[in-house]
Design a protein around this ligand. Structure first.
Ligand SMILES: *[C@@H]1O[C@H](CO)[C@@H](O)[C@H](O)[C@H]1NC(C)=O
Length: 399
């Protein structure tokens, strides 16, 4: 008896210690098997998947659908390389992921969304859920079906209770943050008329600007993504009706036309954008930017100057969001990428603030119409609340 009690007590203690360490809770995977018949599949033809933590208490009819990120694949070579990884196949995905930050179920870590139904949609199409090519090449067996996956997942969630939602928010980080802009109005249209719907994009405001060699690297890359995945017909029509489809992957060219309220959380020196848009490997053959990209404190004064110009280009692109009062923005001057999923940047005693307000509070106040939030930070290095990323030289994925 005593031993059993001790055992239970130790078990609980280990649970608490794990929770303290990760500041989150593991949530199991759900495979959307019935999506396969609709041709809504991952790159390798496997069923799409999500992780779902049920809402409770007053949050039982509130739904947060959060989209995972992970870059894009732009041609058959890079899509084949992705196909048998977790970003291309549900057979390769971890069966549990940690829910923290905006996905946390603990009130003190996530006061406005903790009791909502919280879903993390796994990213496995390589084009921010925009692709739709009917043909499957028998040699590569690559399926470009992201747009179908998006619809199939929302339909599955509607059947699980999203159809009764009072409140709903589409969110996502990085390539998933771009999804939440691109698909914001589609999401609005898929859920019931009476549901209050807003969208949040974290680190999804990728800008079209020249790299350090003067080339339009990201523009060419997005063009290839859109062509390879047959995305054009699934991008906002208000943009594709007057611009090349590849350009409609950039929020600056289509965000203004999104009718649903939209909040942008983005670092002005977004670390992914600095590494892959401003100074991608191909534009820096001698690796002059290598150490600076790993750690902003290692940048030379010339490099900081170049990054200040990048910030100005970012702020100029941000005007593409429009001036509607339904827009929210939290643009801090950090070297960061994705600040809503991690507890340390979403809400903690030392997490980033703008005007004294954390990201969690800014987003919560905006969603619930308690107060608008549209703030842009002073230039680096003025913000002392940043959690600037420092990357391990052995693992820094570059496109
Ligand atoms: C595919 O894209 C990658 C990354 O941009 C590039 O390095 C590679 O040359 C491309 N391959 C083909 C076959 O176009």
């Amino acid at each position: 008896m005593g031993n059993i009690r001790l055992g239970q007590w130790l078990y609980a203690l280990v649970g608490v210690l794990l929770l303290v360490k990760t500041q989150g809770i593991d949530v199991g995977i759900t495979y959307v098997q019935n999506a396969v018949a609709k041709g809504a599949v991952c790159l390798d033809g496997s069923p799409p998947a999500y992780h779902f933590d049920k809402g409770f208490g007053a949050g039982i009819n509130n739904w947060l659908v959060h989209i995972e990120g992970g870059g894009w694949c732009n041609n058959v070579t890079t899509c084949l390389a992705r196909k048998n990884t977790r970003l291309g196949s549900s057979k390769q995905m971890a069966t549990e992921v940690v829910f923290s930050g905006i996905l946390s179920s603990l009130q003190k870590f996530n006061p406005d969304f903790y009791n909502w139904n919280r879903i993390k949609v796994r990213y496995c199409d390589g084009a921010s859920f925009t692709g739709d090519v009917e043909a499957v090449n028998p040699t590569t067996n690559l399926h470009f079906r992201g747009a179908r996956v998006f619809v199939a997942i929302i339909e599955d969630l509607l059947a699980k209770g999203l159809k009764n939602a009072e409140n709903a928010m589409l969110s996502g980080c990085s390539a998933g943050g771009l999804t939440s802009i691109l698909h914001c109005d589609n999401f609005r249209a898929l859920v019931p008329m009476g549901t209050k719907v807003k969208c949040l994009s974290d680190a999804g405001y990728f800008i079209n600007t020249k790299d350090v060699s003067g080339a339009l690297h990201i523009e060419g890359f997005y063009n290839e993504v859109v062509t390879t995945h047959g995305s054009a017909k699934n991008l906002p029509l208000s943009c594709t009706s007057n611009k090349r489809p590849g350009l409609c992957f950039f929020p600056q060219n289509m965000a203004q036309q999104i009718r649903t309220p939209l909040f942008i959380v983005n670092a002005a020196y977004d670390s992914w954008q600095i590494k892959n848009i401003l100074a991608p490997g191909v534009a820096d053959p001698h690796g002059i930017w290598h150490n600076c990209k790993l750690d902003i404190t290692k940048c030379s004064s010339t490099q900081i100057q170049t990054m200040q110009e990048f910030r100005l280009a970012f702020l100029s692109a941000l005007t593409g969001l429009g001036t509607s009062s339904s827009r929210g923005m939290f643009i801090n001057s950090c070297y960061a990428h994705c600040q809503t999923e991690m507890q340390e940047t979403w809400l903690r005693a030392d997490s980033p603030v703008l005007g004294g307000v954390t990201i969690a509070k800014a987003v919560g106040d905006w969603y619930y119409d308690r107060s608008p939030f549209q703030k842009i930070d002073c230039p680096y290095p003025c913000d002392k609340s940043c959690h600037n990323r420092i990357f391990d030289p052995n693992e820094h994925p570059l496109i």
